[in-house]
Each structure stands twice: as C-alpha cells, then as structure tokens.
Design a protein around this ligand. Structure first.
Ligand code: SAM
Ligand code: SF4
Length: 327
C-alpha cells in the first residue's frame, strides 16, 4: 500500500478494545463512554484484517487499545494472527495487569514484543496521572515479568505533562539503566478526550533530553531506522539501556510514516490526527470479499495526508481521542 506522497505502509496498529482500567489525564476523561460490544471488531474480524494487511505488505502489527490486556480473547487474537500471518506481533499496554503466566501464554501464542507505558515512579503521582488504583510497583513488576519471559527488547513509554510529571525525566531515565531497556519520552499530543491539550502543557523532547543530560551524558545510538519515530541515545558512562525521544509536535516525522490504524470499532485511520475515518464494518459484515477489502485499504491509504499540521493555526483536533484511535 503506497500513499499519494510515496510512503509505503508497513505497520498496522489495531486497537482491539476502547476500554481501559486507567483514565490517564492526557488520554481519557473519567466519565468516558465506551462503545457497545456489538460495534467492536470481533477476534475473527481482527485476524482476517491482519491477514489481508499482510497480503498488502504490512510487516508489523501492534495490538493496542484502550488497554489490550483487558480483552478476554487477547490470547486467541494473538494466536489467530500468528497462525495466519508471519508479521511481527507487538503489543502496547499500561502494564498494570501483566503476570508471568499471562505473558507466557501470549508469548506462546505468538506475541513478539511489548511496550509498557509508565509515566511516574511515585505512587501519589502515578495515581494522579492514571486516575487508577494501580501503583508504579504493579507496572515495575510487569516490566520484570516481561524480561523474565524473554519478551525483549522491551520498550517503556512516558508522556510528560507540564506541571504534572515533568520533573520526573531523570527518574524515568533511570528505569532504562536499571532494567537495560529503552525508555521513550513521547510529547503530549492533542489527542486527549477532554480536548484540554495546549502547547504550554507539552514538554518538548529537547527540554526532556536536556533535563536528563544534567544527570547523565547521552550519545546518539546511531541505530535509528528511517521509519523509527524515536531518536535514541545511549548513556555515555556505558550503563545499560537507552533513552528515546518521540517528538511529533516539536519535530514531526510524518515524512517517514509507515503506519495505518484500525480502531476498535472498525474504522481505518490513515493518521492519528485524521479527521476523516473510513468504516470497515459494513464491508466486513455484509459479505465483502478479501479483494474488496484490499481495494478499500488501498484507497484509504491513498488519502493519507502529508502531515498532521499541529502547528498550523487551522489545526483541528480529531473528535476521537488516542484511546479510541489506537495509539
Ligand atoms: N493503554 C495502553 C497504554 O497506555 O500503553 C495502550 C493504549 S495508549 C492510547 C498508547 C500510548 O499512547 C501510551 O503510551 C500513551 O501514553 C500514549 N498516549 C495516550 N494519549 C496520548 C497523548 N494525548 N499524547 C501522547 N501520547 C499519548
Ligand atoms: Fe488507558 Fe493507555 Fe489511555 Fe492511559 S493511555 S487511559 S492506559 S488507553
């Protein structure tokens, strides 16, 4: 699948549920309403879409949400994708529900890699950011469990919000050193369901990097590939782990975008910031052939805009938040 700007789609992100046990301040409002179950893609539909996407050149599928570990049929979804495709299967999770037993089952089913989000290592702060009853220790235990099950290389994600957790860059970077993993800082994007995003709340990647460099000198890893969203650095003192900076707002990387997104309720989105999305359920539920769906995906890909224009005065925040569009 090639878009009208010459970019090839290699990476499909599938949101398997819009539900979540967290209500992160930068993502989901406490009174969010979820879609009725019959409007969500079924495991069979998800697996079918994975196979069709692979036939069109997709090489990696990232399972996301909402919180994917809440899906009662997560293992069957992974196993279904594994048995019908050869794509790399990755998952992103808030890490609060990871047990070694569950991870071992998902790995056996075909899960290759995991990314875990962690925005604070302080219990009070974690509660304030996630508005959940989970603790940083739950997530740290999840990190340990992933490493113990060999789900590596493991990546961690954090979103810093000014005045909320922007003083934790160094403490979060220390997780990279402690666990020997990549700790990535993602700029806060205008994708929160409260539409409260404001540029002043976003901590630019350069500022986060400077804060970390006050404590630890960093050197570029030189290992970032052309489609990678993150610029990665290693520690100059030779400590294990790396830090990555994902700067969609201060330094957009749309020119190298290789992604397409499928929402939990069956819409294809060419971009996180698309204000137009394309409904698949009528096709999936009314007998469309694989060839019909292939044509549909090719047409949607062609509509991918060259960039997200967050910095333009005419930028319009998409109606649906990150949790609905599959981050
Ligand atoms: N619930 C899982 C989790 O939190 O990892 C998976 C879904 S979540 C929508 C995927 C990623 O999107 C997380 O790393 C989260 O921090 C990030 N995210 C959510 N809202 C965001 C926003 N407004 N700006 C930047 N990143 C955001
Ligand atoms: Fe849930 Fe992930 Fe959104 Fe937090 S970022 S509310 S964990 S979907």
């Amino acid at each position: 699948m090639i878009d009208s700007h010459g970019r090839t789609i290699l990476d499909l992100r599938i949101s398997i549920t819009d539900r979540c046990n967290f209500r992160c301040v930068y993502c989901m409002e406490p009174d969010v309403r979820f879609q009725p179950a019959d409007r969500l893609l079924t495991p069979t539909e998800i697996v079918r879409m994975a196979g069709i996407a692979e036939g069109l050149g997709v090489r990696k599928i990232r399972i996301t949400g909402g919180e994917p570990t809440l899906h009662p049929e997560l293992e069957a979804i992974i196993a279904g994708i594994r048995s019908t495709t050869r794509v790399e299967i990755a998952m992103i999770t808030n890490g609060s529900l990871l047990t070694r037993h569950a991870l071992a089952q998902w790995k056996r089913a075909g899960l290759g890699r995991v990314t875990i989000s962690i925005d604070s290592v302080r219990a009070d702060r974690f509660a304030r950011v996630t508005r959940s009853t989970a603790t940083p220790d739950d997530v740290l235990a999840g990190i340990d469990a992933c490493l113990a099950e060999g789900l590596t290389p493991l990546k961690l994600n954090a979103v810093l919000v000014r005045g909320v957790n922007d003083d934790e860059a160094v403490d979060l970077a220390k997780l990279a050193r402690r666990f020997g993993v990549e700790m990535r800082f993602i700029e806060y994007m205008p994708l929160d369901s409260a539409h409260a995003w404001d540029r002043t709340l976003m901590v630019p990647a350069a500022e986060t990097r400077a804060a970390i460099e006050q404590k630890f000198a960093l050197l570029p890893t030189g290992a970032d590939d052309a489609h990678s969203t993150a610029r990665t650095y290693r520690f100059a003192d030779g400590a294990p782990g790396t830090v990555g900076f994902i700067a969609p707002v201060s330094s957009p990387f749309c020119g190298a975008c290789s992604r397409l997104r499928l929402t939990a309720d069956g819409f294809v989105r060419p971009c996180l910031f698309s204000t137009t999305e394309w409904g698949l359920l009528p096709l999936l539920r009314n007998g469309a052939s694989d060839a019909d769906i292939e044509r549909f995906l090719i047409d949607v890909t062609w509509t991918k805009l060259s960039g997200h224009q967050i910095s333009s005065p005419t930028f319009t925040q998409p109606a649906r938040p990150m949790s609905a569009v599959g981050g």
